[in-house]
Design a protein around this ligand. Structure first.
Ligand SMILES: Cc1cc2nc3c(=O)[nH]c(=O)nc-3n(C[C@H](O)[C@H](O)[C@H](O)COP(=O)(O)O)c2cc1C
Length: 140
């Protein structure tokens, strides 16, 4: 079984992850932030924290990730990197994941390769496949 795991601040990554999971009948997991990211300061802090490669706290993950043959991890791009809650997920739970694909969604101003390399470093292993999207696009 495949698990589609996502973090989304404004809903664009969520929409893509949801449609993809529904289309393939995959399970879905939302990675939940515990940091208030509303408004201008929420945005500025998120960008600063991501630039500084900070792993910010998330709600505990209670599903057994090792039970899945693959995890498709979907993230927005923040300051050229994965979103902070995704970094925390990879750092804290990556060791449980057998095989991983990445889906990275940007606003169209970023080159994704640096983010992908950085995610692999945090995961501690190499991803199988990476899909890059611009906001509003869906996963094929
Ligand atoms: C803090 C922050 C930093 C961002 N940095 C970038 C960036 O470096 N390059 C880019 O193309 N888009 C950037 N974006 C835009 C998001 O990647 C894009 O809007 C994404 O679709 C948001 O997904 P969401 O709606 O699921 O939160 C940034 C957005 C935020 C909130």
């Amino acid at each position: 079984m495949v698990l589609v795991a996502f973090y989304s601040r404004k809903g664009h990554v969520k929409a893509a992850a949801l449609a993809y999971a529904q289309k393939h009948n995959y399970e879905l997991l939302e990675i939940k932030d515990t940091v208030n990211r509303n408004g201008f300061f929420g945005f500025i802090n998120a960008g600063r924290q991501s630039k500084n490669k900070m792993s910010t706290p998330i709600e505990p993950i209670t599903v057994d990730l090792s039970a899945y043959e693959k995890v498709v991890l979907c993230t927005p791009i923040w300051a050229g990197k994965c979103a902070c809650p995704i970094r925390t997920f990879l750092k804290d739970y990556g060791s449980q994941i057998k095989d991983i694909d990445y889906v990275l969604m940007s606003g169209g101003r970023s080159e994704h390769q640096l983010a992908i390399t950085d995610m692999d470093q945090t995961y501690g292993k190499t991803h199988s496949k990476a899909i890059t999207l611009v906001r509003g696009q869906s996963i094929d």
